[in-house]
Design a protein around this ligand. Structure first.
Ligand SMILES: Cc1ncc(C[n+]2csc(CCOP(=O)(O)OP(=O)(O)O)c2C)c(N)n1
Ligand SMILES: [Mg+2]
Length: 213
């Protein structure tokens, strides 16, 4: 899988299956997630991203803020977060609140094992195919992804979880996202977490200009 294939499948196999009036709101966290998604085509008021503060991890909690605001305005729109693995590690507990509130949110965690945007900023050459080792600065490694079990974590917080490693697996999960899981305790809708494995060295095509070929 690549950032570009993820974006393409998310767009064509899920987002465009909605009418404009009930189109999901996409929240792109700070990191490569923002750069990968900042040219995605969405209906009006369908995208949240912010680089003013640039804090990582806000889109897990902002997910239910966006959902509740739309509900209050009488609009039925799902909130879809796309968040990097390091950013997600800052705010994972917000999943519990989404389950408690009974919301049908979706959270894609991009499991690339690195603070990719930091490496891209300090030395983008590490992303080149023939870059000499060490590939990434030690500070850019995200340990959580290797330790955490995203599927069990989703279940523990009261939602449903998937882990996809290929485009076909992602297609299958996207096709099932319309079936909102129900939490057995609250008997209400709950979130779906989808961990998406993308190689550390992969970049969205709109960021590769910084890597000398
Ligand atoms: C609260 C906070 N802590 C640290 C940073 C610095 N920072 C910016 S991007 C980033 C790494 C993001 O990594 P990840 O979420 O895995 O995204 P990727 O670029 O790998 O997709 C860090 C640590 C920040 N912006 N905000
Ligand atoms: Mg990352």
């Amino acid at each position: 899988m690549t950032w570009d294939s993820f974006k393409s499948l998310l767009h064509h196999d899920f987002l465009t299956t909605f009418a404009d009036a009930d189109a999901p709101v996409v929240l792109a966290d700070t990191g490569l997630t923002f750069y990968a998604l900042n040219d995605i085509k969405v209906p009006e008021a369908g995208f949240i991203g912010q680089l003013a503060w640039g804090a990582i991890g806000y889109t897990v909690a902002a997910n239910y803020g966006a959902k509740l605001a739309n509900d209050a305005a009488g609009r039925t729109r799902r909130a879809v977060t796309v968040v990097g693995d390091a950013a997600f590690a800052q705010s994972v507990n917000a999943l519990g609140t989404i389950a408690q509130l009974g919301l049908d949110s979706i959270v894609f965690v991009i499991d690339n094992g690195v603070y990719a945007i930091e490496q891209w900023l300090i030395d983008a050459q590490a992303f080149a195919e023939n870059a000499p080792p060490p590939d990434f600065a030690p500070l850019c490694i995200v340990p959580q992804g290797a330790i955490w079990d995203y599927v069990q974590m989703a279940q523990a917080f009261g939602g449903a979880g998937h882990f996809v490693h290929t485009n076909d697996e992602l297609r299958t999960v996207l096709a099932g996202l319309r079936d909102v899981p129900v939490n057995p305790v609250t008997n209400r809708p709950t979130f779906t977490l989808v961990a998406v494995n993308i190689p550390s060295k992969n970049l969205p095509s709109n960021t590769t200009w910084k890597v000398n070929s």
